[in-house]
Design a protein around this ligand. Structure first.
Ligand SMILES: NC(=O)c1ccc[n+]([C@@H]2O[C@H](COP(=O)([O-])OP(=O)(O)OC[C@H]3O[C@@H](n4cnc5c(N)ncnc54)[C@H](O)[C@@H]3O)[C@@H](O)[C@H]2O)c1
Length: 437
């Protein structure tokens, strides 16, 4: 049976979740404090580039099952379940900044007059949920009638709609049967398709999410450390990854060596986990994460320094083209983008950096953005391939060789077909790949 669902915070996570809940048959109101975002969403448009999101928003804003507001009061007593999808950015100390979670709770609480369930989906440090429940109960007329549950989200940007509609697992951190059964009604549709469900306590649910991100980050940093080893010893990290990836216990995903991870989640989530591990005295975990972060940051510096070295030690005034600005393909998200860190490093050393990206907008001082690959490459003394958009693998190296001043490609993602580029006269540099391949 359909429920009334509110989704508080409607950007990368919340917009997809709100549209997904409408697709699951519920009546949904999304709440955000950014008026312009709410207007865009109410017009059935997506505030971000995310495959398939706009059609879903259009479908359900048109059907009347989905709308958006800036007023928390509208949803307080209306909804059976409130999902919190606000941001949890990194604070200067590295710990998660929970001010958006607190502000959302404070806007909602005074208007909750009947028992209700508030479900956190944002990624938070362990211990957040019980503290939030106390905060909500203290400020709300419904008092102890308010329960908090945690239902962490695992969607991947670029696959947000697919992951929302067909999640690979649903984690329910709950304190009682009422919360569990309400959440199961929210997810009745994916559950009817045998989606695995893990019911657990609040702390486990909070930790599951950060553990998943920390494990994925560790996999990437591990393969990048192996890339360094291959570079030093003359091996090929791509073949190595293919070979170990066939082992079912390891798997091939997240074993792509190169520029490492970025984005609005992984970097800040593992840093927050490290801070939380320190608070709990679990230094083995904070030390492990510290190494993962150091390897990841090192990849960016290494690629930037390699570019400077390939330019003869000085990039001042030299035109350098960068392919890709988004932190990964399939999104316009440039938060903590490895590509832009490298571009900024080169610009800071005096290079004339020209970036092309199919979706992302670059707003960094000293970096130009060009509307086409051709324009970015024209007159370039070096090209860096830093975000592996599929279209970059379809480029014609022969044609591009006629545009650049010097056919030198640094493939920071190890995804270009080196023999094809070499045949067209390019020198292709890839860290961790044997020169003969
Ligand atoms: N982006 C992802 O792919 C992803 C995946 C899984 C989990 N998460 C987690 O989900 C959470 C949200 O991530 P995001 O990338 O969508 O963050 P975001 O910063 O892009 O979006 C947060 C949204 O919340 C709104 N907001 C802030 N304060 C509010 C308030 N008081 N009331 C209502 N709305 C408010 C903001 O205006 C914004 O639209 C984070 O904890 C993140 O770690 C994100």
């Amino acid at each position: 049976m359909a429920l009334r669902v509110s989704v508080i915070g409607t950007n990368y996570l919340g917009a997809a979740h709100a549209a997904g809940m409408a697709e699951f048959g519920h009546e949904v109101i999304g709440v955000d404090i950014v008026e312009e975002r709410v207007q865009t969403l109410n017009a059935g448009r997506s505030p971000i580039f995310e495959e398939g999101l706009e059609p879903l928003l259009t479908k359900h804003t048109s059907s009347g099952r989905l709308r958006f507001t800036t007023d928390h009061r509208e949803v307080a007593d209306w909804a059976d379940v409130h999902f919190l999808c606000v941001g949890t950015p990194q604070s200067p100390s590295g710990a998660a900044d929970l001010s958006q979670v607190h502000a959302a709770a404070d806007s909602l609480a005074p208007h909750l007059t009947r028992p209700t369930l508030v479900v956190g989906k944002s990624t938070v440090p362990v211990g957040t949920a019980p503290a939030l429940q106390e905060r909500l109960r203290a400020a709300s007329p419904a008092g102890d009638g308010i329960d908090v549950a945690w239902n962490p989200e695992f969607l991947r940007e670029a696959y947000a709609v697919e992951d929302t509609l067909r999640p690979d697992r649903i984690v329910l951190g709950v304190q009682n049967e009422r919360a569990a059964s309400l959440l199961k009604r929210c997810y009745a549709m994916p559950l009817s398709e045998n989606t695995p469900i893990i019911e657990c306590d609040l702390a486990t649910a909070e930790l599951i999410k950060v553990a998943a991100n920390a494990f994925l980050a560790t996999k990437i940093s591990f393969i990048n450390a192996m890339a360094q080893m291959c570079q030093a010893a003359g091996g090929d990290v791509t073949l190595l990854a293919d070979a170990i990836g066939h082992d079912k216990r390891i798997g091939r995903d997240f074993l792509n060596a190169g520029l490492g991870f970025g984005g609005g989640c992984l970097p800040k989530d593992i840093r927050a986990l490290a801070a939380s591990a320190q608070d709990h005295g679990v230094t083995v975990l904070s030390d492990l994460i510290g190494s993962v972060e150091a390897i990841n940051a090192g990849q960016r510096t290494e690629i930037a320094e390699l570019a400077i070295e390939q330019a003869g030690g000085d990039v001042t005034g030299k035109r350098i083209a960068v392919l890709g600005a988004a932190f990964k393909p399939g999104t316009d998200d440039t938060r903590n983008s490895p590509s832009l860190t490298v571009a900024a490093h080169l610009a800071a050393h005096g290079a004339d950096v020209h970036v092309y990206d199919p979706q992302a907008t670059v707003d960094s001082p000293g970096i130009s953005q060009d509307p086409t690959v051709e324009e970015a490459l024209t007159g370039a003394e070096m090209v860096l391939h830093l975000t592996e958009w599929p279209e970059f693998r379809q480029l014609d190296p022969e044609h591009l060789a006629t545009l650049v001043k010097n056919p030198l490609m640094i493939d920071g993602r190890l995804k270009l077909h080196r023999p094809q580029w070499a045949k067209a006269g390019w020198k292709v540099v890839q860290i961790g790949r044997a020169a003969t391949l």
